[in-house]
Design a protein around this ligand. Structure first.
Ligand SMILES: [Zn+2]
Length: 255
């Protein structure tokens, strides 16, 4: 069964490469404008193959990937850019776009869905194919996949957090799955400032029933959160993103 998954997954990966990144060079040189106005020539990663380059996966998880260090103002900041992440061992592939493109998610989700349709229904074969916006969102999906969790259920847990506060909180605070507490058998959910990424608090949710909130959402045909659990873009942002979503990251690459 595993071999079948793997073969089918590699086919999905090849088709992604063909449609989304015609020649997946791992590194390319880009000209990036630092917020201070200085132009920098930097080598940035376009494609991570986690099985071939576990060190790049680690760089991504530690937020060391695709950063600029400006020799004019000294700024050290991550660069948001489009790239593909692929992990054959985890049967996980993700198309990552800059976080500033978030408001265009319907277009990108359609594009990716059409691509996947060309190789049949990849989701049914134990694979995880995702659209994400921003490196932080990708890091979270990688952690979720490593922990063997259902990312849709994790997103619904976040909704439970926001439902206890006002809507403004969503614009100021991001909630991320940050790992499993194996001793307490709990999911660690970290609340961070959206602008500084500084973690403010961590709350825990028992692993045993983390999917229960999602089940009740899916049982309620009127619940607007159902949209969050569908498609290749599994994110609470799908429901809560508005055109005035006011978050802009300072360093991005246009492609
Ligand atoms: Zn600078």
């Amino acid at each position: 069964v595993r071999v079948f998954f793997l073969e089918s997954f590699i086919m999905v990966r090849q088709i992604w490469e063909q449609y989304l990144s015609s020649a997946p060079e791992q590194w390319r040189e880009y000209v990036v404008m630092c917020p201070c106005g200085h132009q920098l020539r930097v080598r940035l990663c376009d494609y991570i193959d986690a099985a071939v380059s576990p060190d790049l996966k680690e760089d991504l998880l530690q937020n060391r990937l695709n950063r600029i260090r400006c020799d004019e103002c000294g700024r050290d900041a991550p660069v948001e850019k489009k790239f593909i992440y692929c992990d054959v061992q985890q049967l996980f592939i993700a198309q990552c776009y800059p976080v500033n493109d978030l408001s265009h998610w319907p277009h990108y989700e359609q594009q990716l869905t059409d691509t996947l349709r060309k190789v049949g229904n990849a989701e049914n074969e134990g694979q995880m194919c995702r659209l994400v916006f921003g490196q932080e969102a990708l890091r979270e999906k990688v952690r979720i996949r490593n922990a063997g969790l259902d990312d849709a259920a994790v997103e619904i847990l976040k909704a439970a957090y926001y439902s206890q506060s006002d809507f403004q909180t969503y614009h100021l605070q991001a909630v991320w799955f940050s790992g499993i507490d194996s001793e307490k058998k709990a999911l660690n959910m970290t609340v961070a400032d959206r602008f500084t990424s500084k973690a403010e608090l961590t709350y825990q949710y028992p692993v045993a029933d983390y999917a229960e909130p999602m089940k009740s959402v899916l049982n309620d045909v009127e619940n607007p959160l159902r949209i969050v659990t569908r498609g290749v873009f599994i994110s609470l942002d799908k429901l809560l993103t508005r055109t005035d979503f006011g978050i802009r990251w300072p360093v991005t690459v246009q492609q």
